[in-house]
Design a protein around this ligand. Structure first.
Ligand SMILES: [Zn+2]
Length: 450
């Protein structure tokens, strides 16, 4: 990919000599573009850079070699609407009261797109997940928000093509304006149906895939055999490989338009996916790392590639972007700027996550990660054994051997304190936009039955 410097050669030389000194937003210069890519349902452990050995993500692994890679990045929750609402506003979904499919991002919550728009950015969102509608407030701050209305999930190659076409139209209409581009891919979300070449390369032999996919769609989880789970997991791998190729295409198109020359680029996911590692399928049922740990990588001009071990939250991305652009912090954002970490400083903090949704399948209410140890509070102690679970993630990344919680009184206190502080910050009242029958039909097509 071409990354010819836009700034004069002398400045580039000065920057090179100065090492990792930030060179973003030179006084009087054009502000850098910002590209934020979310891949729905992408588990961190499916990327080579996060240790996967199936060769699913050659493009993302190449990007990671040039990026700041956050080895321990967490979503604030494990299903789409609240996770994206949280990412956009740098606030927790329980505060926003985005807890259901019909919950609206409150109109008085400030989004990253709004903050950038205020500073002259042209803002475009191309979203393959059609549950993130303007009606539900997800378009807040975007000049253009495209969430294609398809019954099936949108294909990544199609999304790349449509995004690039819409982007070209927008840039012709607003030449010279700095760009905030959001693209949201959907391929790894169920049903897992990678195109034939990816199926041929990555699907393992086993029971009928269509029948297994149908059972996932209808939440008929109890009847899915272990062999079917294995086939589904391998088909998911095929979808991950396919979306990696779609991302390669998107980035090639952006590079050809010189958008990546000086841009802040972030690639992450809204949550992962579970293949019965903890008894469930899909996502949104618990806060185990299969669904909570997300990939996160960032290109920021002037900052060298590195891996950051400190735990970080998707809540932190908005404040980081504003800080990188030397824009004033948005007072309602609750995450922290990660810029010190981009420069190599370690600043361990609590990382809090929650599952504000409440239904019979919801296993955890909240989780806190600190210094590689994770505590999770269960939602329904009356039918689950034990009220909390504690795991040492460094030695037990699969979260299979819970530690005695009495050994971690300080961690439990921190979780309780963080949760009660969060409860005091909830916005009142929540807003809803009732779903119509067509929207319900689409939800059912994606495997959400209600
Ligand atoms: Zn999602």
């Amino acid at each position: 990919m071409s990354r010819a410097p836009r700034r004069p050669a002398l400045l580039a030389l000065v920057a090179a000599v100065a090492g990792t000194v930030a060179t973003i937003g030179q006084p009087g210069g054009r502000p850098p573009d910002v590209v934020l890519v979310v891949v729905d349902t992408l588990r961190a452990d499916r990327l080579g850079v996060y240790g996967n050995e199936r060769g699913l993500t050659p493009f993302l692994d190449g990007l990671a070699r040039r990026s700041i890679v956050f080895a321990n990045a967490y979503a604030t929750t494990t299903w789409t609407n609240p996770s994206i609402a949280s990412l956009f506003t740098s606030r927790y979904a329980s505060e926003l009261r985005v807890t259901g499919f019909d919950s609206k991002v409150p109109s008085d919550a400030v989004t990253l797109a709004e903050a950038l728009h205020r500073h002259g950015y042209v803002t475009a969102g191309f979203c393959g997940n059609d549950r993130l509608t303007a009606q539900l407030g997800f378009a807040q701050g975007f000049d253009v928000w495209l969430a294609p209305q398809l019954l099936r999930k949108i294909d990544g190659s199609h999304l790349t093509r449509k995004s690039v076409q819409a982007l070209d139209r927008l840039r012709r209409a607003r030449p010279g304006a700095p760009l905030f581009l959001y693209v949201h891919y959907m391929d790894p979300h169920s049903p897992y149906e990678p195109p034939p070449p990816y199926r041929a390369r990555f699907a393992r032999p086993g029971p009928d895939a269509a029948a297994a996919n149908a059972k996932v769609q209808h939440w008929d989880w109890g009847s899915i055999s272990e062999a079917e789970v294995d086939v589904l997991s391998s088909l998911y791998d095929g979808e991950v490989a396919y979306v990696d190729a779609a991302l390669a295409h998107l980035f090639a198109e952006l590079a050809a338009r010189r958008i990546l020359d000086e841009a802040v680029v972030i690639v992450t996911a809204d949550h992962g996916e579970e293949f019965r590692e903890h008894g469930f399928l899909s996502h949104g049922a618990n806060l185990y790392n299969t669904t909570l740990h997300v990939p996160a990588m960032m290109l920021a001009p002037g900052y060298a590639a590195r891996s950051v071990a400190d735990g970080v939250s998707l809540l932190d991305l908005g404040p980081t972007v504003l800080d990188l652009l030397h824009l004033p912090p948005e007072p309602t954002f609750e995450g922290r700027s990660l810029v010190p970490m981009l420069a190599g400083r370690s600043e361990p903090r609590d990382v809090l996550a929650e599952l504000a949704k409440s239904n019979v399948l919801t296993q955890h209410a909240s989780a806190l990660v600190r210094d590689g140890v994770k505590v999770m509070a269960r939602r329904q102690p009356q039918w689950m054994v034990g009220r909390v679970e504690v795991y040492d993630l460094a030695h037990d990344p699969g979260e299979t051997s819970p530690l005695p919680s009495e050994r971690f009184p300080a961690l439990l206190r921190r979780l309780r304190a963080q949760k009660s502080a969060l409860a005091t910050r909830a916005l009142l009242p929540g807003e809803r936009a009732p779903l119509d029958e067509e929207q319900r039909r689409k939800l059912r097509a994606l495997g959400y039955v209600n």
